[in-house]
Design a protein around this ligand. Structure first.
Ligand SMILES: [Zn+2]
Length: 387
């Protein structure tokens, strides 16, 4: 490592279970009084005082007296100190690393990006050279914030033990331990997360999770991705990498997907499948559709309809009304009325049914730095000791 890449490690202590519960509540729901927190977390006022004091000593939490309202005793309000921790989040694509430095609240304080080394003849992006690039990204970001406490890296594929890339779809990686060499290089704790799982972690604390304990995430871009949060817990690894949902049947007279299924979700919605059928890049399909080309418009409408069916199936299986849609291609697809029409059609009750349901589906188009922010939040949760 060259001196310019060296970052000063500050391995912050993980929080106690009680300290983490308080911090998490303050991060997700904002400032609160000691009394409110002790009721909510079912701890005695004396224990709550000890927890608060310890968090204040660690610099994680600040305690301020509420301005005197003139009624009753002034109350002590606890709030998180945003700058108490800083974490780098890094999203890897096939060709680039997108990095952000975030504070405790997941707010982006600095961004950078760098090209990854090209793949070798066997299609594998060299691991050691990638770690070098990540080290440079971390040290660049480290110079823009007071200090760094950890690193979260996210990428498409199957990750185990929050460290090993079992299947790195876009990098040609198999069984690559990414966390160990990066930790060695930077001296900082590292967690590696599937990119959609990282987004689910970000949404759990700072998005849909504020109102729903169970929700689903669908990403549409280079491939279809799924994130699941059940009863406040992120499902770290899907049983099927999303295969069952991505290849659910939509229309038995539809086109075939790359795997040969007739009229499955992927056949309509997967970018590669659309490009193959339209014999044009996806951006061109969108441009032509906007210009009134009927064939191109049919591709977009078909994708939107499949997405509506997918969201409805996902919501039904999860038993949650809340679905978040994200990804580079999502805005263009979700704005077609065909998506909402498909959802409405699926929800239409029979004549004697009394139970009505509506879904809360929101669209959050994601830039690569938004993906990196998800990785940073996964890193913050790991640094604080959250599951
Ligand atoms: Zn299929």
């Amino acid at each position: 490592m060259t001196p310019s890449e060296t970052v000063t490690p500050r391995v912050a202590s993980r929080l106690s279970t009680g300290g983490l519960a308080v911090t998490r509540h303050l991060l997700v729901h904002g400032p609160a009084t000691r009394g409110h927190l002790s009721d909510l977390l079912r701890v005695s006022p004396a224990s709550m005082s000890r927890l608060a004091r310890s968090l204040v000593e660690d610099g994680i939490v600040a305690e301020n007296t509420e301005p005197d309202s003139g009624v009753g005793r002034p109350r002590q309000i606890l709030s998180v100190v945003p700058g108490a921790r800083h974490v780098v989040g890094c999203k890897l694509t096939a060709t680039r690393a997108y990095g952000v430095a975030c504070d405790m609240l997941g707010d982006v304080k600095a961004t950078t990006e760098a090209a990854l080394p090209g793949p070798s003849a066997d299609g594998v992006v060299p691991v050691a050279a990638t770690v070098r690039v990540l080290g440079q990204v971390v040290s660049r970001l480290g110079r823009k914030v007071p200090s760094l406490d950890g690193i979260g890296v996210s990428l498409g594929g199957v990750i185990t033990d929050r460290a090993v890339v079992r299947e790195g779809t876009f990098l040609g990686w198999r069984d690559v331990d990414l966390a160990a060499p990066l930790r060695q290089r930077t001296g900082l704790p590292v967690v590696v997360t599937n990119d959609v799982t990282a987004l689910a972690r970000e949404q759990l604390w700072f998005g849909a999770g504020r109102t729903h304990a169970t929700f689903g995430i669908i990403t549409v871009g280079a491939g279809l991705g799924f994130g699941v949060v059940r009863e406040g817990v992120v499902v770290e690894q899907l049983i099927d990498n999303g295969h069952l949902l991505a290849h659910a049947p939509v229309d038995s007279r539809g086109p075939r997907c790359g795997l040969g299924h007739v009229g499955c979700v992927a056949a309509y919605l997967n970018r590669e499948d659309i490009e193959r059928r339209a014999a044009a890049p996806f951006a061109d399909v969108l441009r032509r559709a906007a210009a009134g080309d009927r064939a191109a418009a049919a591709h977009v409408r078909g994708a939107a309809r499949a997405l509506g069916h997918l969201a409805a199936t996902f919501a039904g299986a999860l038993q949650s009304t809340r679905v978040v849609l994200a990804g580079e291609d999502i805005a263009a697809v979700a704005e077609s009325p065909a998506m909402a029409e498909a959802v409405a059609e699926r929800l239409r009750p029979g004549p004697s049914e009394t139970q009505r349901c509506s879904l809360d589906i929101t669209v959050a188009p994601l830039s690569f730095s938004d993906w990196a922010q998800g990785a940073a939040v996964a890193g913050i949760q790991a640094v604080l000791g959250a599951a």
